[in-house]
Design a protein around this ligand. Structure first.
Ligand code: AAT
Length: 297
């Protein structure tokens, strides 16, 4: 808090309070007008800040998960790229994604009969319903089957070939999400995918989380095959470095660019008034800067 003096000499309190996500070497700070939610759940510390630049911001254990003003980048990119390149997805699984943004975007597509979402922490859902309602808008949709449980356990118990799309929309590899970054888990995801199935994961920042980034692509390739795994990027200002990656792993023939129909994508984006995804971004997102391509070659 800053205490400043007015010209007359009387003190005026101006709010100067910042949320800061810190790592060893870099930090991201956002000025805010207070904390709206602050609960220690069984799994993590769940907080919502009222930031001045990005609207309400959800953090878990001090790390940014999503904000009202830039959430659409992440949620549009993690959902529309697989949905619009799969021949006809009917059943999707979301691991994590407790804010509801991924479910909201998936359910824009009429092709889905069911979207199963498995979020470990009901406090995340509660915080977002209360304070990020625009993101949490699909919880009442009858096609959404919301399960509060560990996604690792759910995947282990799911039947072979039972999902067309699996989206791993989960936290960084610390805390409850640690097991979501292991070979065993991805093998199980492969098993529950249908023959044409696609797995999408948020795959961290190539610049910031270089070690995890390189390692998980090796894991994906060892399971899906060398040429079956693709990386795409999006610009997310509230995540460390702003450069964020997603992986696209295909069990069958689905290909992120060869199976892309520009007219269909264009019409879809227009119909729903999307704010980031469009037919140009779909293709451009797979063009990787050389340093990123080299990391996963
Ligand atoms: N939609 C973008 C926000 C997230 S939130 C990730 C969610 O994954 C959290 O709600 C967390 O509780 C949940 N989660 C973590 N581990 C598990 C698990 N084992 N099973 C089910 N859900 C889990 C992702 C932000 C990306 C981070 C960028 N730095």
């Amino acid at each position: 808090r800053d205490e400043k003096s007015s010209e007359e000499g009387s003190p005026i309190r101006t709010r100067d309070v910042w949320f800061t996500e810190r790592d060893d070497k870099i930090a991201l700070s956002l000025k805010h007008d207070g904390k709206l939610y602050d609960v220690q759940s069984d799994f993590q510390k769940v907080e919502v800040y009222k930031t001045q630049a990005y609207g309400n911001l959800l953090t878990l254990d001090g790390m940014v998960m999503t904000s009202e003003k830039d959430e659409y980048v992440y949620h549009e990119m993690i959902t529309h790229i697989p949905t619009l390149t799969h021949p006809k997805p009917k059943r999707a699984l979301v691991i994590g994604g407790g804010d509801g943004g991924t479910a909201r975007e998936l359910l824009r597509h009429d092709c889905y009969d069911e979207v199963v979402m498995v979020e470990i922490d009901d406090k995340v859902i509660e915080a977002c319903k209360e304070h990020l309602p625009g993101i949490a808008s699909a919880f009442g949709n009858p096609k959404l089957n919301l399960i509060v449980d560990d996604g690792i356990k759910y995947v282990k118990d799911a039947a072979d070939g039972s999902f067309d799309i699996v989206i791993v929309d989960s936290t960084d590899p610390v805390g409850p999400a640690e097991g979501l970054f292991t070979v065993e888990f991805y093998k199980e995801v492969y098993r529950i995918l249908s023959d044409d199935g696609i797995m999408i994961t948020q795959s961290e920042s190539p610049r910031f989380n270089s070690k995890v980034f390189k390692e998980i692509y090796q894991v994906y390739r060892s399971i899906f095959g060398q040429d079956q795994v693709h990386c795409y990027l999006a610009y997310i200002p509230t995540y460390p470095t702003g450069m964020w990656s997603f992986s696209y792993s295909s069990k069958g023939k689905a290909h992120p660019l060869k199976d892309f129909n520009a007219e269909e994508s264009k019409a879809f984006a227009k119909k729903h008034g999307l704010k980031y995804y469009n037919e140009g971004i779909h293709q451009a997102a797979f063009a990787l800067p050389s340093f990123v391509a080299e990391m996963i070659s």
